[in-house]
Design a binder for this molecule. Structure first.
Ligand code: PHE
Length: 346
C-alpha cells in the first residue's frame, strides 16, 4: 500500500501549498503536475496496482489531482486579484497639485502702468533694444559731444571684435528711442507709451543694475500744454498709489524737454509725514518729464509751430519698489522662487 500512503501524504501537503509569487507557483505546478511531476508519477505507478484496489486508489488519485489543481488555481487567482488591485486606477483620487507659476512683479507693475495710461488714450509702442546713436541721442537734442552719452553709461557695441572705441551701435539707455521712431513714422496726434528694457553700464548693487525697465510716454498734438502733462501725471499717481496721493514737480534738465521737471509723489509709506524711506521729506521721486523740445520735434519732421507735446519717463523697478517695498534690485533678476512666490495672489 505504498502508493496509498504516498497519495495520502501528498493530499496532506496540498492544502499547505504556498507561493510568494507567480514563479514559485509555476514551480509548484511543475513539481506536482507536469509530465515528470510527482502526481504524474503516481498515475504511472497506478497502472501496476492489482485490479481489486484500482477503484479505491483511482478515486484517491483523482481526488489528489483535482485538489492540487484547485489549490494552484486558487493561488493563481489570489495573485491576479492582487495585481489587478495594484493596476487599478482610482479615478476619484485628487490629482497631484500642479505648481502654479507667478507673474513677475515687474510685469505686474508694467501692465498696471499700461492699463492706467490706456484708459486715457495711450497705445503701446515697441522698439529695438540694440539701437543707433541717432535714435537714442542724436534726434533727442543731445549735441554730438554731449556728456550725457557718458552720463547714461552707455554700452557701445563693438563693430569689429576687439575694437573698443565708441561706435554708433549701442544698447539703448532709455526708451525715448522708441519715441523718436514713432515721431518719424507717424503723424500727430501721437499718444504712445513705450515700455521696455534699457541698459546702463553700472556696477550691480542693491540700488543699481546694468539693465532695468522703463515706461516712457509721449503725447503730441496741437496746443498740448504743461497743465495737460501735470493732469495726466496726477491722474496716473492717484490710480497707481491711491486717491490721497499728491504730486510735486521740481525743475530739472533733460536735453529733449524744455521745460523739464522731476516729479515726486507724497511718500506712500508714511503718507507724507516723513519716514526713513523718504528720508524724512515726505516725498519720493518717481519720474522725469517735460515739454518736448521744439528741436526734437523738428529733428523728427514735426512742425514745432503747429504742434507741441509732453513726454515723461519712469523706472518700473522704482515704482515696484514703492508698491511692494522690494529693497534689493537684484531680486528682480535672480529668479528666486521664494521671492517670486510672494506675488502669487497679485
Ligand atoms: N529718458 C529719461 C531717462 O531715461 C526720462 C525722461 C523721459 C525724462 C521723458 C523726461 C521726459 O532718464
Amino acid at each position: 500500500m505504498a502508493l496509498k500512503d504516498n497519495i495520502q501524504s501528498l493530499l496532506g501537503q496540498v492544502q499547505e501549498m504556498k507561493a510568494a509569487n507567480a514563479e514559485e507557483l509555476e514551480a509548484l505546478r511543475i513539481k506536482y503536475l507536469s509530465k515528470k511531476g510527482e502526481i504524474t508519477a503516481l498515475f504511472n505507478e497506478f497502472r501496476t496496482v492489482p485490479s481489486d484496489q484500482k477503484r479505491e486508489l483511482g478515486q484517491l488519485l483523482n481526488q489528489l489531482r483535482q485538489e492540487t489543481e484547485g489549490r494552484i488555481n486558487e493561488l493563481r487567482e489570489q495573485f491576479e486579484a492582487k495585481q489587478a488591485e495594484a493596476d487599478r486606477l482610482d479615478l476619484t483620487r485628487t490629482p497631484d497639485p500642479i505648481a502654479l507659476g507667478t507673474r513677475h512683479p515687474l510685469s505686474l507693475v508694467r501692465e498696471e502702468i499700461e492699463d492706467i495710461f490706456s484708459r486715457i488714450g495711450f497705445t503701446i509702442a515697441q522698439g529695438p533694444e540694440v539701437e543707433d546713436d541717432k535714435h537714442v541721442y542724436g534726434m533727442l537734442n543731445f549735441a554730438p559731444e554731449h556728456p550725457a552719452r557718458d552720463m547714461q553709461d552707455t554700452f557701445f557695441i563693438e563693430k569689429e571684435k576687439g575694437v573698443q572705441k565708441p561706435t554708433d551701435v549701442l544698447l539703448r539707455s532709455h526708451t525715448s528711442s522708441v519715441q523718436t521712431r514713432v515721431m518719424t513714422s507717424q503723424k500727430p496726434p501721437i499718444r504712445v507709451l513705450c515700455p521696455g528694457r534699457v541698459y546702463r553700464n553700472e556696477a550691480i548693487s542693491a540700488r543699481a543694475h546694468c539693465f532695468f525697465h522703463q515706461v516712457e510716454g509721449l503725447y503730441i498734438d496741437k496746443n498740448v500744454s504743461f497743465a495737460d502733462l501735470r493732469e495726466a501725471l496726477l491722474y496716473f499717481s492717484k490710480e497707481m498709489f491711491g486717491p490721497e496721493t499728491k504730486i510735486r514737480l521740481r525743475p530739472s534738465y533733460f536735453p529733449f524737454t524744455e521745460p523739464s521737471a522731476e516729479m515726486d509723489i507724497s511718500c506712500n509709506i508714511c503718507g507724507g509725514k516723513g519716514c526713513s524711506f523718504c528720508k524724512g521729506t515726505g516725498w519720493v521721486e518717481i519720474l522725469g518729464c517735460g515739454m518736448v523740445d521744439p528741436n526734437v520735434l523738428e529733428a523728427c519732421g514735426i512742425d514745432s509751430k503747429e504742434y507741441s507735446g509732453y513726454a515723461f519717463g519712469m523706472g518700473v523697478e522704482r515704482i515696484t519698489n514703492l508698491k511692494y517695498r522690494v529693497k534689493d534690485l537684484r531680486l528682480f533678476s535672480e529668479n528666486d522662487v521664494r521671492f517670486l512666490k510672494q506675488f502669487e495672489s497679485c
